[in-house]
Design a protein around this ligand. Structure first.
Ligand SMILES: *[C@@H]1O[C@H](CO)[C@@H](O)[C@H](O)[C@H]1NC(C)=O
Ligand SMILES: *[C@@H]1O[C@H](CO)[C@@H](O)[C@H](O)[C@H]1NC(C)=O
Ligand SMILES: *[C@@H]1O[C@H](CO)[C@@H](O)[C@H](O)[C@H]1NC(C)=O
Length: 672
């Protein structure tokens, strides 16, 4: 049963055991993932990816470790084997486990807190690595948290260096950076730094072969995006002149426009931070206007991430997506932490309030200013789920209209294409001069959550694996279509498209070569040829060898597991680690309490960080005196944990101190 996998796990256990204790953390094998709840029962054996996961040391001096989880398909289609996609969620402070377990990764978590298969996983088109960053996010940690984008960028470059030291076989891979929401700031900053680094390599530095960027519902151009809330709300039918709040929203929109004009007149360097409270309030007012007291309590206002859904007020989407109620307890289970090689246990949270409170990005220009120079060098895909309000597609299209890149401003008239996924209409595309904008129909802020298979083919758009057609429509006009295809369907043309036989896959490859930027990597097919030419007897000899090796490894594994089952305090290199963390947590807690008093951030801050508003103030309970309870893992599933974390109620319970909401509620009182 599962022999391949067992051998793999045992072989790595063998490797790990063979290494001297101190250096195990640096070795690939100690990052291997051999099991997960549900892995062997729910996932077809064939589809279990090769996985590495763990907290990679970046800086010793302040104990910075970045958590990553890498997934490699066991039978990659040709043309995809030399790609590595790094995925980043936003916030700042939201864990990329959102991406891994609800979006682009191979697994979803079911109600039994077990993994199930996501047949739209991106790992089928290249290795995908989910990275928690900056430090303090998800399972990544440090004694020092970041304040601005250049810091995050440097740390991510360091992460890439360490990552490719760990996986040297990947270091010449084609790299794609992908992500969502506030990662619309991270990704261009990182890309810009990578491209500059490639031109100025230091001694012993290898270039990173960055090939393209994919940004989903990105927060890229705060000003243009702030001005999109009103037009979007009207277009989506959320708001119309009959709404009693109509004039108020209009006035606020105008005030936002004025404040943006003033800032640009005064030539202020507007940071990547949310533009201003004035502009944020436009969104608060729209949510306020969407309130419907006649509906059930959990449907009072519109969900900012998907206007077709509703939520309680003032959460307005913070309780979404529903999978979170499985993902959170899953990532807090001890066996899962062990499976994922999490050495420094911390209670997983979707978004860290500390990270985002400390992260101000005060001194950096919004990432939109970096796009033109990046587009001179590599392609960028900006995609938007069309149901999202907070980073809606109108905002993206508007900032593109104003942006000058590769010699022209905006898209020309003929940049428009219908987008088909197979024979299904998936959205529309505008494409010119290395920039592609994609409007994904019927998708939310988290496109791969709603449209896993379709979202995967966004990778085909950045690698060039699609078909572009122009048809004359008779009236002198042209209808242009871009088609991407389900896995294996591209060259099937009606015939069977099972990616079974490797010969068929390499057939796909040779037909594809013109489209993909990389000439074929023939390693797979030459290996296949070798296999075929092997005689039966040599195969039998191999099997015997294998059995001997397995038995050997098994013995060593037993030894290793007895070593590993010693109390963790012995394994941990520094016994002081834990204490340090407690002190750190204590400081942070103090800090949070101060922040509770002075917090004046608005709806955008909440929405980017998924901080739940509490709908019932009486539910607020202050932090208990027992500190360890707050920072240590609470065991077992807690699916309906209302009072979640300090962060959650710190913000949610403090609406009065909260600029955007304060004004909204005042407004509400006024109207009474
Ligand atoms: C993938 O899963 C979705 C949802 O379960 C299903 O609708 C779709 O048909 C599946 N696709 C394939 C290729 O199996
Ligand atoms: C677009 O990107 C390619 C690399 O993919 C680059 O060679 C080219 O110069 C870029 N610029 C334009 C205008 O296409
Ligand atoms: C699209 O293709 C699928 C499978 O190839 C087929 O079942 C379906 O009827 C087609 N739909 C349309 C609208 O052509």
């Amino acid at each position: 049963m599962h022999l391949q996998y067992l051998i793999l796990v045992l072989a790595s256990a063998f490797l790990a055991a063979a290494l001297p204790y101190g250096s195990t953390r640096d070795k690939k094998s100690s990052y291997l993932v051999g099991s997960l709840p549900g892995l062997y029962s729910n996932i077809p054996l064939d589809e279990i990816p090769l996985m590495f996961s763990g907290q990679l040391p970046l800086y010793e001096e302040n104990n910075t470790h970045y958590y990553f989880w890498k997934h490699t398909d066991n039978h990659k289609a040709s043309g995809t084997e030399n790609r590595t996609i790094f995925w980043l969620n936003g916030g700042p402070g939201c864990s990329s486990m959102d991406g891994a377990l609800m979006e682009a990764g191979p697994f979803r978590i079911d109600k039994n807190l077990k993994v199930t298969y996501n047949n739209g996983s991106w790992h089928k088109l290249g290795d995908i690595v989910f990275v928690d960053q900056p430090a303090g996010t998800g399972f990544s940690y440090s004694d020092e948290l970041d304040h601005d984008l250049p810091q995050i960028t440097n740390e991510f470059i360091r992460f890439l260096e360490r990552f490719f030291e760990l996986f040297p076989e990947d270091s010449f891979n084609l790299i794609y950076l992908a992500g969502e929401s506030y990662a619309g700031q991270y990704i261009p900053y990182i890309a810009d730094a990578v491209l500059r680094r490639n031109k100025n390599l230091g001694k012993n530095e290898k270039p990173f072969n960055l090939k393209g960027l994919l940004i989903g519902n990105g927060y890229v151009a705060p000003d243009a995006q702030a001005l999109s809330y009103l037009p979007y709300a009207i277009q989506a039918g959320i708001l119309d002149p009959k709404n009693p709040e109509w004039h108020k929203v209009l006035r606020q929109h105008e005030a936002c426009q004025n404040s943006i004009n003033d800032a640009s007149r005064e030539d202020k360097a507007v940071g990547s931070e949310v533009s201003s409270h004035v502009c944020e309030r436009v969104l608060s007012l729209i949510l306020e206007a969407s309130r419907d007291p006649d509906r059930p309590e959990d449907q009072q206002c519109i969900n900012v991430y998907d206007y077709t859904l509703r939520d309680s007020y003032p959460s307005c989407g913070m309780n979404w997506p529903p999978d979170l109620s499985y993902v959170t307890p899953f990532l807090r289970k001890d066996p899962v932490l062990r499976d994922l090689n999490i050495e420094n246990h911390q209670k997983w949270k979707e978004c860290s309030g500390k990270v985002s409170l400390l992260f101000k990005a005060k001194h950096s220009m919004p990432s939109v200013t970096l796009l033109p120079s990046i587009l001179e060098q590599i392609p960028i895909i900006l995609f938007n789920g069309n149901r999202d309000i907070i980073c809606n597609y109108i905002g993206t299209e508007n900032f593109i209209k104003e942006m000058k890149w590769n010699g022209q401003t905006g898209f020309p008239e003929d940049a428009y294409f219908d987008w088909k996924y197979g024979n299904v209409t998936a959205g529309y595309i505008k494409k010119d001069r290395n920039l592609t904008f994609v409007n994904v129909f019927d998708a939310s802020h988290m496109v791969p959550f709603d449209k896993p298979e379709i979202s995967r083919s966004l990778i085909d758009l950045v690698t060039g694996d699609f078909i572009e057609k122009t048809e004359e429509t008779g009236d002198g006009k042209q209808k242009r279509t871009i088609t991407t295809y389900p896995l294996g369907a591209r060259n099937a043309n009606g015939s069977s498209n099972k990616p079974e036989a490797s010969s068929e896959v390499s057939g796909t490859q040779s037909e594809n070569t013109t489209d993909t930027e990389t000439p074929s990597h023939l390693t797979t097919s030459s290996e296949d040829k070798n296999d075929k030419s092997q005689t039966l007897s040599s195969r039998i000899a191999r099997i015997i060898q294998l059995v001997v090796v397995v038995v050997l490894i098994w013995g060593i594994y037993i030894l290793y597991s007895s070593y590993k089952s010693r109390p963790t305090s012995i394994i941990k290199s520094k016994s002081s680690n834990k204490k340090k963390n407690v002190q750190w947590a204590d400081q942070l807690r103090q800090f949070e309490e101060e922040e509770i008093k002075q917090n004046e951030r608005g709806i955008l801050y909440k929405a980017f960080n998924k901080l739940k508003g509490s709908n019932n103030r009486s539910k607020y309970t202050p932090l208990s005196g027992n500190l360890t309870e707050n920072i240590e893992l609470e065991e077992g599933p807690q699916i309906h944990d209302k009072s979640e974390t300090a962060d959650d109620f710190a913000i949610g319970s403090d609406d009065e101190e909260h600029e955007g909401m304060k004004q909204s509620s005042k407004g509400h009182d006024d109207s009474k």
